[in-house]
Design a protein around this ligand. Structure first.
Ligand code: NAI
Length: 400
């Protein structure tokens, strides 16, 4: 089977296993050569481990100095008669292979992280095969739906504003065009459902269940990821439904920080940089900002991808040989410091003012944006022959 990129709007419908392997190897090489984490965790659970920030966290913690054993939970599809499977499936496969080559445990659970069944399986595994405890829990799920744990009914998130509708340009990656998109005002129910899906409730529930089961080590830390962004993106993000869900996540970190006191544990939210991931390309009216930001930060030499952000987070913020974790006055770890630097933001604002549907490919870093999107799915890596057929029987023999 020859696998070519198939894009529908902003969704990739195909993934190339060899490119996913390359992406994992590149990230491993990056953290191996970067300044190393010292005093890091040894036993880590990552929820949402197969792509974006969760995968980068896992790679950084395993290969960037801490040599951590990891458990990764993700929701992915393997190869079948219908197709080659999702990128995250192969990221899991190849991460595990590399970790095991280095003598590290890398256990993957593929299924619904919101379910009680998953909680049971993971706790059982920690008790029986993972040494009994974890000393870091990374919560990096990104999804549009979450089942109500009591009724099974689905909550669905909506990316909407809270005061007035807006219209903003959005990129269609399939056709390489920028199109206007209307974003409506959320109803009360839509806002509540978004907070249920993307707020901190499930994170809090996981920590409670792990704590009750006695599998959190003394001094255990937990971490989730957030975004705030500059003021001109507030209408769609920070002051919209997503921002409200993130406010809930931030408050949850404070609640968890209290409940973990008995274990001398800590809970944090790290506010990260805007990046291209499977989840972020969905955010309407956001692409002109990312295109301008990438262009400016690359020119300034301050651009980072998920892996650079995570390695900096663990070396310079979360683990500093027992030193305190630097936070802002809302107790947030700010990994968006370079993004929000005033000189960066004024250059970004100038580019955005120039950007139109006719010139966005030149004014902003569209090439970089599209390449990131393709590479998330294993395409556009030099050195991989995409005309070569992939052996499906071999792919089906690979286990996550
Ligand atoms: P992503 O889409 O790359 O990764 C999401 C992960 O969640 C995948 O491993 C996926 O398999 C897993 N997942 C989704 N639903 C699941 C389920 N029901 N059960 C088990 N696993 C499930 O997302 P990304 O962008 O890395 O997002 C992670 C966090 O980082 C989110 O909280 C997001 O808001 C935050 N963030 C993202 C930024 C960006 O620009 N992409 C910027 C700042 C924060």
């Amino acid at each position: 089977m020859i696998i070519k990129p198939v894009i529908q709007g902003v969704v990739a419908r195909s993934a190339h296993p060899l490119g996913c392997q390359q992406a994992v190897l590149n990230q491993i090489r990056y953290v191996q050569a970067a300044p190393q984490i010292s005093g890091g965790p040894k036993k880590v659970l990552v929820l949402g481990a197969s792509s974006g920030f969760g995968l980068a966290s896992r790679i950084s913690l395993a290969f960037g100095g801490a040599k951590a054993d990891t458990i990764g939970i993700s929701f992915e599809k393997g190869p079948s008669e219908k197709g080659a499977g999702t990128a995250g499936w192969y990221n899991n496969v190849f991460f595990r292979q590399e970790a095991e080559k280095h003598g590290l445990i890398a256990k993957n659970f593929v299924g619904d992280a919101f379910s009680s069944e998953m909680r049971k399986q993971v706790i059982d595994y920690i008790k029986k095969e993972f040494g009994g405890h974890v000393d870091l829990v990374v919560y990096s799920l990104a999804t549009g739906i979450r089942p109500n744990p009591e009724t099974g009914e689905l909550w669905r998130s909506s990316i909407k504003t809270l005061d007035k509708p807006l219209s903003g340009p959005t990129i269609d990656l399939e056709r390489d065009v920028m199109l206007p998109l209307d974003v409506g005002v959320a109803t009360e129910d839509e806002l509540d459902a978004t907070v249920k899906v993307m707020g901190g409730e499930d994170w809090e529930s996981w920590i409670a269940v792990l704590s009750d089961a006695g599998v959190l080590a003394k001094g255990c830390k937990t971490l989730a990821y957030s975004y705030i962004g500059p003021e001109f993106t507030y209408p769609i993000y920070h002051r919209g439904t997503l921002g409200k869900a993130k406010d809930h996540l931030h408050k949850t970190a404070d609640v968890l920080n209290q409940t973990l006191q008995d274990l001398e544990g800590e809970a944090y939210v790290a506010v990260c940089k805007a990046l291209v991931t499977k989840a972020s390309v969905f955010i309407p009216a956001f692409s002109p900002y990312i295109l301008s930001l990438f262009k400016v930060m690359k020119e300034n030499g301050t651009h980072e991808g998920c892996i650079e952000q995570m390695q900096r987070l663990f070396t310079e913020r979360l683990y500093r040989n027992g030193d305190h974790v630097p936070v802002d006055n809302a107790r947030l770890i700010r990994m968006d410091d370079w993004e929000l630097a005033p000189e960066t933001q004024s250059a970004v604002a100038a580019l955005m003012a120039e950007m139109t549907a006719d010139n966005f490919q030149h004014v902003g870093d569209y090439q970089g944006y599209k390449q990131d999107f393709l590479q998330l799915n294993g395409f556009d890596f030099a050195g991989i022959d995409y005309d070569m057929p992939v052996d499906m029987a071999f792919l089906m023999s690979l286990r996550p």
